[in-house]
Write a protein that binds this ligand. Sequence first.
Ligand code: PMP
Length: 358
Amino acid sequence: MDNLTENIPINRIKTSRISELDFDNMKFGRVFTDHIFVLDYFDGQWQNPRLQPQGELHFSPKISAIHYGQSIFEGLKAYKRIDSESIMLFRPKENARRFAESAKRMCMPPVPENIFMQAITQLVLLDKAWIPKGENQFLYIRPVLFATDDYIGIRPSDNYCFVVFACPLGEPYYKEYINVKVEKKYARACAGGTGTAKSAGNYAGALYPAKLAQEQGFDQLLWTDAKEHQYIEESGTMNVMFRIDDTLITAPIGSTVLSGITRDSVLNIARSYGITIEERYLSVNELREAAKEGRLKEVFGTGTAVGIQKIGSVTLDDKKYVIPVSDKELSFAIKLDKALKNIIAGQTNDINKWMLEL
Ligand code: PMP
């Protein structure tokens, strides 16, 4: 297995499509690099790694990923340093670890860390011309693992496919401030469920309530616990943090909240700044009281796609609480965002060794 990814065969694209890329206008998830990495799992083993042109992979409509949702994914970023040609990944081994945990929860064979790392490294190096070089620009990498048994009985698949592809990005995912609604009818995850896995079904289940909220003018939902809808969990594809007075409160990682890598990084930086952190459930009542009393100073989401995303208003039981815009000097979100970006750009000492150079 160790040798599996040592010499990955490359089927190069005949003519690169990079001239079609408008580096000044890169939309999320629309334009993909020239190649993809593919690895199959059959006869109980990972086999046949390859790099091939971006394009179709052919599967039967019977594959179990489609019917029963044995499908997981990850998201991470590669950056080109402004002042050199160095290519850096942000905490990729954390994605490898989470991918393996998601696989375990969905009864799939985990992709070994060395294979995950090689797949990403080889794809990014092959398509490095696609990595934009500029402030807030990066290559978004999407590893995905799905069940490919051509059989419609319900049981764990025997065959799987691991694919990695990537897209260059340069625009913010959302506008500067987003408006969110506390969701008290639908649930994203429940205790004992699959909320901590990055499994496809979690996202499918969230689409309908998110669509209803969007029709009401909201950008995202703040999910609450499935049982009582009293405790805030997370938001869309972000973990969420509340600053009440000078304390930063965020839901603990349990069986309903995804273990965000940005969340962990932001908490780590916040701790180093001496900010008081409480990893506990914030109740909707406490949120409402803090907002009414003017003690709710900031709300923001954290996630790979968004980085740190400021939340401008929270609507709770049809009452909209506008979060006052923080003074630039005093804002936790701005301070933490700057610190994180400086580490990524190599402008601060990366004491935690989060950046991996390829
Ligand atoms: N929660 C959910 C449900 C997500 O999909 C994501 C995105 N991976 C996050 C939180 C944030 O996690 P990360 O910081 O690792 O991107």
